[in-house]
Structures are given as C-alpha cells and as structure tokens.
Write a protein that binds this ligand. Sequence first.
Ligand SMILES: NC(=O)c1ccc[n+]([C@@H]2O[C@H](COP(=O)([O-])OP(=O)(O)OC[C@H]3O[C@@H](n4cnc5c(N)ncnc54)[C@H](OP(=O)(O)O)[C@@H]3O)[C@@H](O)[C@H]2O)c1
Length: 341
Amino acid sequence: MAALKTTPPRLIRLASDLEIPQLGYGAMGLSQSYGVAKDPESKETLRHAIEIGCQLWNTATIYGQDQHNEKLIGEILRESDNRDKVTLVTKWGLKLNDGKLQPDGSAAFARHCIDQSIWNLGSPPDIWLLHRIDQTVAIEESVQAMEDARRAGKCRFIGLSAMSASTLRRAAKAGKIDFVEMEFSPFETAIEDNGVLDACKELGVKILAYSPLGKGALTGKFKSFEDFEKEGDMRSTGLFPRFNRDAWEHNVKLVNALEELAKEKQCSPGQLALAWDMQVHGDLIIPIPGTKSIKYLDENWASQNVQLNAEALAKIRSILRENPVHGEQYSEAMNHLLDHE
Ligand SMILES: NC(=O)c1ccc[n+]([C@@H]2O[C@H](COP(=O)([O-])OP(=O)(O)OC[C@H]3O[C@@H](n4cnc5c(N)ncnc54)[C@H](OP(=O)(O)O)[C@@H]3O)[C@@H](O)[C@H]2O)c1
C-alpha cells in the first residue's frame, strides 16, 4: 500500500487566494448510508482530516436525520481556528415528503436552505450546490437564487449535482457555474459519454467526484454480497442495483482485476481508483471519498503518492472494457430524482 507521506499534495487553484489539494473528503457516511457511525469517532476523523491537510469537505442539508451531518461539521468548525483550514461544500434542494426524498429547486426553498446551512455550520459554506434538479422549476430560477446568495456573501462558489449536460449548459447561461458534483470512478464513468465531462471542460467547471470508491466497491473490502454491513447499509437495500446479489457477483470481477493491477503498483485498490480519478482527466476532477475512520482516511489521502503512467492508464481502460459494470446506477424508486432533460 502507498505510504502516508504525500510530497507534495496535488494542488488545484480555485481563486487567486485559494489553492486546495486535489483530494477532498465526503462526510455523508458520518450520518447515513454505510453502517452506523458514532459521533465521538466521527469527530476524531474530522479533526484528523484537518491535521493532515485534507481541506475540501463535502456535506448536504439532507445528510442524516435533522441535518445531523451539517451540525456535526459545524461543531468541529467552531473549535479554535478550524474554519480557516476547511473549504466547505454543502448542498440544498432536496427535502423529505412523507419519508420520501423530493427535489425542490425553488428560490424560496433556496433562501430557507442557505440560512439553515449557515446556522448549522456556524459560517457560510464556500461552495453551495443544488443537490438534485427539480423538473418542476426552471433551472434559471435555481441558479438565480444561488447567485443572489453569492451576492449577499452567503457562499463563494456555486454549482449543481447529478444534472445532465443540457441542464448544465442552460444553467451556465443563467449564472457562473463553478462546480458540479457527479459520480465518477472506475465503477461509474457515464460522464465521459453523456456530454457532462465535455461541457465541464468547455465551460471551465471543476468536477467533485462523488462515490469515487464506487460506494466502497473498489476498495476490495467486499468480496461477497454478505460482506456489506448488516445495519444501516444502503448497499443491501436494492436502491443501487449494482450491489444486488447477481450484479455484485459479476461486478466483483472488475474489482479483482483492478486489485491485481494495484498489487503491481504497490498500492491498495482504493488508492488506485482515487489516483485514476485524479489523473485521468488532468486536474479537472476532485474526488471526495467518504469514510468514518482515521485509518481509511489516511489510506485514501496517500493515494496522492500513486503515479499512473500512460501504460497504467491504458491498462485500467482495458480492464474497464473487459469487465463492464452490471446493473443501473440507481433503482427505479430513485428515478424521480434523476435529471431527464
Ligand atoms: N451529490 C450526490 O448526489 C452524492 C451522492 C453520494 C455521495 N456524495 C458525496 O460523496 C462522498 C463520497 O461518496 P460515498 O461515501 O457515497 O462513496 P465512496 O467514497 O465511494 O465509498 C464510501 C465507502 O467506502 C468505504 N471506504 C472508504 N475508504 C476505504 C478504505 N480505504 N478501505 C476500505 N473501505 C473504505 C467506506 O467505509 P466506512 O464508512 O466504513 O469508512 C464506505 O463504506 C459522500 O460522503 C458524499 O459527501 C454525493
């Protein structure tokens, strides 16, 4: 496995006064999705992220019950001078309706969400994104609402998540889109084919890559369907068809093939996946791997030490071609959250 020391971190300039490492951190798992988290350990993990310089943190109003994720992060950021050491992303535009997630991209909801996020986090987020596209509200209204918040000093950068290329292009006419947040990893490469990657290059929009470890799949930790956590694990609920028993028995072959290459590169399969995210499209992509533990955070952080030459990148492409992923990204139950434009 690649060792912890990272010399130097891969840096990305976001503004004349802001340069961040190309590797971020996703906090969602501290409140939901992949088993049960315990707040005291989560706080230690967040403090450790600050210690190692893992600066870009990603959250959302909808993560955890009663905005648990934002509130947890807010507690850590209020400690001593931590706020200056973190570049904070949060997202708005989803709400629970009778226990079901619904998009709401209205300007009124935007105004409500940004004030609530600032309250939870103890300060304005740096980057504020629309979590899902609301098909009942013009994207121009959602973008204008984010621009209004920016003008009022309530965020610095804005953007969208899980949108189509045509929605991104429309949005970019209504305001200055700085970021998008999209799933991207060797397990999910759709943005390379659906026009989103090209649009981002053209429009100068950076990509935050969510689930860059394929929701844990690419770490090699889960060899059989039974290996997923028993309690609180969304991978065994049917919401993500790639993790259904039949699909998973097939998809694990892709993981095994990448694991073989990782051994040659003297890194873990998860580090290989993160290095690929960071290097396959220049400095366009900032992966935001999530973990509850300091151990995995350190392992993921050290992926910055893994250098992939042209031969290794070609080898990964051929592994992906030979082992296409089985199963859709999301189940039909989540179809109403997808951007069909
Ligand atoms: N915009 C969106 O719609 C959207 C959707 C999903 C996620 N996100 C964001 O993206 C972030 C990352 O995505 P994600 O959490 O879905 O998936 P991920 O980062 O691909 O994978 C997380 C899973 O991998 C495990 N893991 C992490 N590092 C590991 C390591 N070194 N060895 C073994 N296992 C490891 C974690 O285990 P432990 O939990 O046990 O540490 C967890 O089960 C989220 O936290 C969230 O902020 C955004």
